[in-house]
Design a protein around this ligand. Structure first.
Ligand code: OOG
Ligand code: NI
Length: 501
């Protein structure tokens, strides 16, 4: 009897969910086709360079999904199911704070957390949890009814949760159990044929379409499944050429000539899906809902806290300066180019993005004009090194809790080792999400804006709160990227006989 390891369960689940979603949302199949065509064309045109942010096999299989649950108990169960697939919660996103449309959810992403696992299959699930305690959205009466409704439903059968717990403990499942686990897990995210209670759904929609999607029905479903594309601008054009209505813009950083940083996403608009409704008189009728959409994304290098702060600056300046949506792309591209250097080495020099290094075979540190003492004294590029903000050569000083110095003394030696060919570098892919893009995607696909009473007080929710609620550690993305970089620096130093880089 063969045994499926957690990563094999993850890869198989990603395939099954993709097949399921293709039968439910046919436009997703078109999206996959166009994504495949664009990726082949980019590979053809760029060759090996197209694979600098992951092998084409990884990119072709790569998906992220989005699901939404109603309370901590459900989130805990989701965490167990994904732990069975080697996916763990990373990052915390508070969509309640997002402009222009606050959404009453807080989110995390379940994903593999080390480089080898990501290379095997990087499947990730953006998972949002409703906050019915937040009085800016729900009055006490509605909040209590939402909690009762969610508390009484069961999204996941016991057998699924038992198998998941066993897979997590044993690092996988044997063949037969794996098959049952995968079938139950996929089935739990299929769109249910159960009728939707029209009055209850409408009451929640008045607050937020996302609240209705989460708590208006007795089951959950995958909201979207997102493939990865190597040229998102080209994909946007080709989808539009095929007559598919895309949202107005690509979210995130602009198209520009330098290295891709972070994440760019876009989507086609949510389509009508046929659903049955339970009417007030007890009859059922046929109708439709429009909640699920098709998203696609392009990934770049993971920014350091300082790189991240510059992204925020570019977005803020664009929001202030762009007169209208038609103007936004050009303004953003201009702001971006003023804040980011256009080479990998520039990003490293200013410590704006994470790279791994490898010692070039046969090279010695003496090939570079760097002494062992100078190298080992060099401040390693800590993600959160303290120190005053220093103006980078773009003339931008950045401050804030996350912002480190824009340029750091120790980087000079690292740059010298790279420049002289002693070290080669490779970008670390950004594996996470962007609050502002998520909000942009949410709001471009919502039918109504809902209602928010800003005069009411919210309830505090943060990463620590969520970690306690699900009884699992929620990792900080920056720490994961910094650890991967550090491990590569340590390994290269050993090869080169240096005490440190
Ligand atoms: C999640 C939206 C966020 C992304 O890619 O940023 C997201 C949702 O619609 O539930 O998936
Ligand atoms: Ni998404």
């Amino acid at each position: 009897m063969s045994f499926l390891e957690t990563w094999q369960l993850r890869a198989a689940f990603a395939r099954r969910l993709s097949d399921l979603y293709g039968t439910e949302v046919p436009a997703y199949v078109t999206l996959l086709e166009v994504t495949g065509e664009v990726n082949r064309d980019v590979m053809g045109a760029q060759g090996a360079a197209a694979e600098r942010l992951g092998s084409i096999d990884r990119v072709t299989a790569e998906r992220h999904g989005a699901i939404r649950v109603g309370d901590p108990r459900e989130l805990r169960q989701v965490a167990t199911i994904f732990a069975a697939m080697g996916m763990y919660p990373v990052g915390f996103y508070d969509l309640r704070e997002a402009a222009p449309t606050p959404i009453p959810v807080v989110s995390t992403a379940f994903r593999p957390i080390d480089a080898a696992e990501l290379a095997r299959n990087p499947f990730r699930m953006f998972t949002s949890m409703l906050v019915p305690e937040d009085r800016r959205f729900f009055d006490d009466d509605l909040g209590a009814r939402v909690r009762t409704f969610v508390g009484a439903r069961r999204l996941f059968p016991d057998e699924l949760l038992d198998l998941a717990a066993r897979a997590e403990a044993a690092g996988g499942l044997d063949n037969t159990d794996a098959d049952t686990f995968l079938a139950l897990a996929t089935g739990a995210f299929a769109l249910s044929g159960q009728p939707v209670d029209r009055a209850w759904y409408a009451e929640l929609t008045a607050v937020s379409a996302v609240a209705a999607d989460i708590a208006g029905v007795g089951s959950t479903h995958v909201n979207h499944l997102t493939p990865r594309v190597l040229d998102i601008d080209e994909l946007y054009r080709r989808m539009s050429d095929r007559g598919i209505t895309m949202i107005d813009e690509i979210q995130g950083p602009p198209m520009w000539a330098g290295p891709d940083v972070l994440l760019r996403q876009t989507s086609f608009r949510a389509l009508d899906e046929s659903r049955r409704f339970l009417e007030a008189d007890g009859t059922t009728t046929q109708g439709h809902l429009r909640v699920r959409f098709g998203e696609v994304e392009a990934r770049g290098v993971a920014p350091t806290p300082e790189g991240r702060a510059r992204y925020e600056t570019a977005m803020r300046r664009t929001a202030e300066a762009a007169a209208d949506i038609a103007d936004r792309a050009a303004v953003l591209a201009r702001e971006w180019a003023a804040l980011f250097p256009d080479t990998d080495l520039g990003l490293i020099e200013q410590d704006l993005a994470y790279f791994t290094v490898t010692a070039t075979p046969g090279a010695a540190a003496s090939d570079a004009a760097v002494s062992d003492a100078a190298v080992s004294d060099a401040a390693v590029c800590d993600a959160v090194a303290p120190g005053p903000a220093v103006a980078g050569n773009t003339g931008t000083a950045t401050t804030g809790a996350h912002a480190g110095p824009a340029a750091r003394d120790g980087m000079g030696d690292l740059v010298e080792l790279v420049r002289s060919g002693v070290l080669s570098v490779r970008p670390i892919v950004y594996e996470d999400f962007l609050l502002q893009s998520a909000a942009g995607i949410f709001s471009s696909n919502l039918t109504g804006k809902g209602t928010v009473d800003a005069a009411e007080a919210g309830v505090p929710r943060d990463r620590q709160w969520m970690a306690a609620a699900i009884d699992r550690e929620i990792r900080d993305p920056f720490e994961l990227y910094a650890a991967e970089r550090q491990a590569s620096l340590d390994a290269a130093a050993t090869v080169l006989g240096l005490s440190g880089i």
